[in-house]
Design a protein around this ligand. Structure first.
Ligand code: MN
Length: 279
């Protein structure tokens, strides 16, 4: 699908599959003109499926807003949080969900990606053929990597790799990361659940993204590759391509990009008791 808005033309595609081992698909996604999110629900006994759907339903209201800003997104996340907290379950496991993705915002007529993240689903951006992870995982293994205790490669096989430190629905409230990056022509954004990144390396993902220009087909091929690699979790992928940037906003393409470090993110080091298993 495609859409022109704010002098910006994007096309996107998405795919989601329950994988080979899980009986339910607790992932979900939302893709409209300028709002793109993946949610990976948890909680068992269908609560995870409800949690991800509730989050995406609450955030779908952002598609009707003229200007998106972090404070507004936080207000929508708070609505999602309350809906998830209200889900009743038999299992005793608190329902929750990751939530990651991007919105298109505009600042002084320059289009920006506004990246949003809670949990360990991921957003990546490919620029000039190079894939870079934009989101920072809220996970135990990411904290160990940050501390220099383990490598990224060891994190992929670590027994606690599924333990996340933030989720929508968690009892310690909503804590989201935000990051702005100017939109440039030919940007390709990848949003995915850990069912993709748990099966494929960044190098394998890069190869597929470079080989397949069509976002819908690329999303399908990535999901199929994750299934072939084991499909141990639900797999969800959205790909957004920038195919046009209006001349009046073309200045954004030459604007300097911010550094690689997340800006103004809260990264508390203390332990939280709202950890969740099995995402
Ligand atoms: Mn998952």
């Amino acid at each position: 699908m495609s859409e022109q808005e704010q002098g910006l033309t994007t096309i996107w595609g998405a795919a989601s599959h329950q994988g080979r081992r899980r009986s339910l698909n607790e992932d979900g996604y939302l893709a409209t003109g300028r709002v793109f999110f993946v949610a990976d629900g948890m909680g068992g006994h269908e609560a995870g499926e409800v949690a991800s759907a509730e989050a995406l339903s609450a955030l779908s209201g952002l598609a009707d807003v003229d200007r998106v800003e972090p404070a507004l997104v936080e207000a929508f996340l708070e609505i999602a949080q309350q809906r998830i907290r209200a889900i009743e379950t038999d299992s005793g496991n608190a329902p929750g969900t990751t939530l990651t993705g991007v919105l298109v915002d505009e600042r002084e007529d320059v289009p920006y990606w506004l990246f949003v993240n809670v949990g360990d689903s991921r957003t990546y951006m490919m620029t000039n053929g190079v894939l870079a992870q934009v989101s920072v995982d809220h996970s135990e293994v990411q904290e160990l990597v940050d501390a220099g205790t383990i490598t990224m490669d060891e994190a992929r096989r670590h027994p606690r790799r599924n333990v996340i430190t933030r989720a929508l629905g968690a009892q310690d409230g909503v804590r989201a990361d935000f990051r702005y990056i100017p939109v440039a022509l030919h940007d390709r954004v990848l949003i995915c659940s850990d069912g993709l990144t748990g099966e494929l390396t960044d190098e394998q993902i890069t190869t597929i993204l470079l080989e397949q220009p069509d976002p819908e087909r690329a999303a399908g091929i990535l999901v199929d590759a994750a299934i072939q690699a084991g499909g141990r979790d639900n797999i969800t992928v959205i790909i957004v391509d920038v195919t046009g940037v209006d001349h009046e906003t073309l200045g954004s393409a030459t604007a300097p990009r911010p550094g690689e470090e997340p800006d103004e993110d809260t990264r508390p080091r203390e332990e939280h008791d709202a950890r969740s298993q099995g995402v």
